[in-house]
Design a protein around this ligand. Structure first.
Ligand code: SF4
Length: 373
């Protein structure tokens, strides 16, 4: 088994080169070939000595996980499903807008947090992704999109760690991946354009502030501990007052001067005027201890096992108006890629369910071949 060079940030690549008896600056050359030019074939890396290329061919490779499917929406959204082995799949979604191209990346196969409104959470946790598997999503998408669009300049300008998984529960793989995204010889993304979204792993928010401060989004979803305990079970471990203290601390290091609070609008659950008032009191400029923040209200994507419904649009608009009137910048997330199930966990959920069907069939000794569709 050879080493996948996507696993290394620049320091890791330099250490790898030294182990091969090569100078550290070779790492920079390798990094540029792989990440800036999308080259995986060592023979094409023309400024590397032939002796080094031969060495690399014997001990290293550059590869993303196999793509199981690719769906392109009418609105330009593209969603890839990657095969992570063992019946696991992860999703990566590209969302083009007029002034940016955003890639939503997964950090785990499944998720252990188990938020009630999240289809990934309902699938349970399978495993952490490696650094290379996190970076591979960007590497693959950037170069596939350039080839498709006939472009040589950067297509992906923003990354959000908002796909499957809780990134701060896979911290040791996350940080080298972030460093590769930020590295001048890698993707050269600004810290303001790389966002880690967390459900509130408080100690790791503190660590991220010191190790690799990037933009931070927090899945809030409720203004009261009792409700948040139910919607985001991690709240039982790290309640709201601890989470907000971590947010205030993070702002001292953050590349942006605000935290983004994500708030999934659930009909009759967290979308009433009393919830908006409580949020304003909790974080808003008129609250007792404000947090510089913006709110992103997210229309819920219903799935059968959740037992939850999407808030009606007028309710979302009224909620947004209350927050806005209190001086909190509030946006409502547009739904994108509806025709390809681009919401978190939807395609991967299909794969998981199919896998379980096959497991059940095997147990029942039903000898029957099913199509994969
Ligand atoms: S919302 Fe995020 S943290 Fe919660 S279960 Fe889904 S993937 Fe995990």
């Amino acid at each position: 088994m050879t080493t996948n060079l996507l696993d290394f940030d620049l320091d890791g690549m330099a250490a790898f080169c030294e182990r091969l008896g090569e100078k550290r600056f070779r790492a920079t050359q390798l990094f540029r070939w792989i990440h800036q030019r999308g080259v995986a074939d060592f023979d094409q890396m023309s400024d590397l000595a032939k002796s080094l290329r031969d060495k690399l061919k014997g001990c290293a490779h550059v590869a993303a996980p196999p793509v199981m499917s690719e769906h392109a929406s009418r609105d330009g959204t593209v969603k890839w499903l990657f095969d992570m082995g063992g019946g696991n799949a992860i999703e990566t979604v590209f969302i083009p807008e007029d002034d940016r191209g955003t890639l939503c990346i997964s950090s785990q196969a499944g998720c252990a947090v188990g938020c009630r409104f999240c289809s990934t959470g309902h699938q349970g946790f399978s495993r952490n992704l490696t650094s290379g598997e996190i970076v591979a999503q960007l590497w693959f998408a950037e170069h596939a999109l350039r080839a498709r669009l006939g472009r040589s300049d950067r297509v992906i300008t923003n990354v959000v760690m908002m796909g499957m998984g809780e990134p701060l529960q896979n911290y040791s793989a996350l940080v080298p991946a972030l460093r590769t995204m930020l590295a001048d010889h890698g993707y050269g993304l600004s810290r303001r354009r790389v966002t880690v979204s967390t459900s509130g792993v408080v100690p790791m928010i503190d660590r991220l502030a010191l190790d690799c401060p990037v933009a931070l989004a927090v899945s809030l979803h409720a203004p009261f501990d009792a409700l948040r305990d139910d919607l985001v079970p991690l709240n039982r471990k790290y309640p709201l007052h601890e989470l907000l203290a971590a947010c205030r601390g993070y702002l001292q290091y953050a590349p942006r001067d605000f935290i983004t609070f994500e708030y999934c609008m659930l009909d009759g659950v967290n979308d009433q005027p009393e919830h908006a008032r409580a949020l304003i009191e909790l974080v808003g400029p008129r609250g007792s201890d404000p947090v510089a923040c913006k709110f992103n209200l997210i229309p819920f994507n219903p799935f059968p096992a959740s037992g939850l419904k999407r808030s009606p649009q007028p309710q979302v608009a009224a909620f947004a108006r209350m927050l806005g009137d209190a001086g909190i910048v509030t946006t409502v997330r547009k739904t994108r890629g509806d025709d390809i199930d681009a919401a978190c966990g939807q395609l991967a959920g299909d794969v998981k369910d199919r896998t379980r069907v096959h497991e059940r069939m095997a147990r029942l000794r039903i000898v029957k071949t099913r199509s994969a569709s």
